[in-house]
Design a protein around this ligand. Structure first.
Ligand code: PGA
Length: 252
């Protein structure tokens, strides 16, 4: 049985004061929650120690938005998986479309980042998803399969048990244009099928999240789909009431 997961991707938003207020509200509403979905928040890196402190003793897990593939070295501005682990980070987003687009993260680099995270005991949330052009030209499945296979082929079977996949159609991110539950379910089933070709056991256990304009209004319908195991939430995760309601709309 897969436990649902809802992750808030705060992107490059917030300040010490804003993040403190937001987390206090989340901890109060969701901090004891052992029954519902697993909840994760992914703040900008400088706020990880603050969030670690605020989350102490709560059921909410800490995530990061990016990681470098190497263990250490001359990589100015980057952060390793072991460093993240020191601050209690349990999840890390890898290959978000914004990083693929603005920072040039390639499929191969994303796979290496996933491997580095797993080695440090951090579960990667690998993001896959097609652009509008790719969807309209019938390439959606090809693109998603390529992005996912890079990770599945690079990591060994045992470590893949930690993997979480997030299907985030690029055309739905921050646009207010959500995939319909049917569109999302179809792609999630396809993703599970791609994973199945690597390992039947993994296909059953891997959690596949939907991301892209998830709101309190559309979350329940999306999460009710058979192969949707939760969400990766951007904009709505910065609004405490809305995020709490999204987390509560998914069962365990
Ligand atoms: P959004 O972002 O919910 O604001 O569309 C999702 C994401 O980028 O992870």
């Amino acid at each position: 049985m897969r436990r649902s997961l809802v992750a808030g991707n705060w992107k490059m938003h917030g300040s010490g004061a804003k993040i403190t207020g937001l987390l206090q509200a989340l901890v109060q509403a969701l901090g004891d929650e052992q029954e519902g979905a697993e909840v994760v928040v992914c703040p900008p890196a400088p706020y990880l120690p603050l969030c670690q402190l605020l989350l102490q003793g709560s059921a909410i897990a800490l995530g990061a938005q990016n990681v470098h593939a190497q263990a250490s070295g001359a990589f100015t501005g980057d952060v390793s998986a072991a460093m993240l682990a020191e601050f209690g980070v349990r999840y890390v987003i890898a290959g978000h479309s914004e990083r693929r687009r603005y920072a040039g993260d390639t499929d191969a680099e994303v796979a290496q980042k996933c491997e580095a995270a797993i080695l440090a005991g951090i579960a990667p949330i690998v993001c896959v998803g097609e652009s509008l052009e790719e969807r309209e030209s019938g390439q959606a499945e090809t693109v998603v399969a390529r992005q996912l296979s890079a990770v599945l082929e690079h990591c060994d079977s045992e470590s893949l048990g930690q993997l979480v996949v997030a299907y985030e159609p690029v055309w739905a991110i921050g646009t207010g244009r959500t995939a319909t539950p049917e569109q999302a379910q179809a792609m999630h089933a396809f993703i599970r099928h791609v994973v199945q070709e690597r390992s039947a056991w993994l296909a059953e256990s891997v959690r596949i999240l939907y991301g892209g304009s998830v709101t309190a209004e559309n979350a329940a319908q999306l999460f009710a789909q058979q192969d949707i195991d939760g969400g990766l939430v951007g904009g709505a995760s910065l609004k405490p009431e809305e995020f709490i309601s999204i987390c509560k709309s998914v069962g365990r």
